[in-house]
Design a protein around this ligand. Structure first.
Ligand SMILES: [Fe+2]
Length: 199
């Protein structure tokens, strides 16, 4: 069955002033759509490939477009309008996730600082993650390159660090984008993923 672009749970301009409506529109309707199209065509070519060599030749396209589709689908759910716009963005309630963050990083602010420092260090395009290590059940900050999905951990929060995610608004100042994004992080979604990963 073909993959399709998942609808957003909020209007394109609902994350302003932190992420502009122009970025959200292009990011969702153009960039994410391109990964969906690329995944569908790679899967259909894979299905009709008749030799191992033909199937191996499709691995890179499957990884890139499949990762792009998986990562962006997670990312949209990870975002929510801020309270000024009637949403719950940026609001981390008392609970198990907050407790886990405070026990590892000392405070939520320290966690954000470390996440942003690690993520700002990505060379080129990639993703910043906080995920649950399936062995230890502990939260860890991880980065992946390109559109590689997070497969070593269960993702709790993923942040797109491709220039297409911020350049129109923040230009080259990735640090300002990373500071702003915490105002529209959907912590309720993160809490749900954390509960599932640690159950
Ligand atoms: Fe993106």
């Amino acid at each position: 069955m073909a993959h399709s672009l998942p609808p957003l749970d909020y209007p394109y301009d609902a994350l302003e002033p932190y992420i502009s409506g122009e970025i959200m529109t292009l990011h969702h309707t153009k960039h994410h759509q391109t990964y969906v199209n690329g995944l569908n065509s790679a899967e259909s070519a894979y299905a009709s490939a008749s030799t191992p060599k033909q199937r191996i030749a499709l691995q890179a396209a499957l990884k890139f477009n499949g990762g792009g589709h998986i990562n962006h689908s997670l990312f949209w759910k990870n975002l929510a309008p801020s309270p000024e716009k009637g949403g719950n963005g940026g609001q981390l309630k008392d609970g198990n996730l907050k407790k886990a963050i405070e026990s590892i990083w000392g405070s939520v602010d320290n966690f954000k600082k470390e996440f942003n420092t690690t993520t700002a260090g990505i060379q080129g395009s990639g993703w910043g993650w906080v995920g649950v290590n399936p062995g230890s059940k502990r939260l860890e900050i991880i980065t992946t390159a390109n559109q590689d999905p997070l497969i070593t951990h269960t993702p709790v929060i993923g942040v797109d660090i491709w220039e297409h995610a911020f350049y129109l608004q923040y230009k080259n100042v990735k640090a300002d984008y990373l500071t702003a994004i915490w105002s529209v992080i959907n912590w309720d979604e993160a809490e749900k993923r954390f509960a599932e990963a640690t159950a």
